[in-house]
Ligand binder design. Structure first.
Ligand code: SF4
Length: 226
């Protein structure tokens, strides 16, 4: 492994430690633990969601509830595993009751995310939902307007392809949105510049996921995801 890579891994580990003790905003007082991110520190593809939910706060890992299961299935559909990508959120600590992130919380926390992107240096950053899309695009346009439309931006000092997607939590409860998410997702291999296995039949995702949504009452759908 090159020295630069080793240094980046060490810096990412140090950042994780710093975030675990972060008190920059009031959310530190109500969290079980900070949820820094998970996956490959060398990933070409990085996902950025909104904030930890109930299950993420308990386990310390992003996207572990029903929305995370859907994300995993969508990844499998394009020939990737969770371990191949990096998954993080705009906020590292759970907003009480899964409410929307507040502007001052995003402002306090965004430096952690920008540093993560700088150290991971992904080729493609896929934003999941409104909050990540608006923050990383620097534009106020909502996800309904811009999903599936890639743009090149500078993040963490590097040029990356920013690719907005609907949040999987929103797609869990809206079949039409799931279809759009699946369609947008299918373009990720092209954006990554390499070919991967073709996706499995669409019903395999829909049938497996919808029944799992019901037992997760602690993760209410947030209007901000749309
Ligand atoms: Fe720090 Fe971000 Fe957690 Fe606020 S949400 S305490 S800024 S890590």
């Amino acid at each position: 492994m090159a020295t630069d890579e080793l240094n980046a891994h060490a810096d990412l580990s140090a950042l994780r430690d710093a975030v675990s003790g972060c008190t920059r905003c009031p959310l530190h007082a109500t969290r079980t633990q900070a949820v820094f991110g998970s996956g490959s520190p060398d990933a070409d593809l990085m996902f950025v969601g909104e904030a930890p939910g109930f299950h993420e706060d308990k386990q310390g890992v992003p996207f572990v509830g029903a929305a995370g299961q859907l994300l995993g299935k969508l990844l499998n559909g394009i020939g990737l595993q969770r371990e191949d990508v990096y998954i993080a959120n705009v906020l590292k600590c759970r907003p009480p009751g899964n409410r929307d992130p507040q502007p001052e919380e995003i402002e306090a926390c965004e430096g952690h995310l920008f540093k993560q992107i700088e150290l991971i240096r992904p080729k493609v950053v896929a934003t999941l939902g409104n909050f990540a899309t608006k923050l990383l695009s620097g534009k106020p346009l909502g996800i309904t307007r811009v999903h599936g439309q890639e743009q090149t931006v500078t993040l963490g000092g590097s040029r990356v392809v920013l690719y907005p997607l609907f949040h999987p939590a929103a797609a869990l409860y809206t079949p039409r949105m799931l279809e759009v998410l699946e369609s947008d997702f299918s373009r990720l291999p092209e954006l990554l510049g390499r070919s991967v296995a073709p996706p499995p039949p669409v019903p395999a995702v829909r049938v497996a996921v919808v029944p799992e949504a019901a037992p997760v009452p602690a993760e209410p759908v947030q209007l901000g995801l749309f």
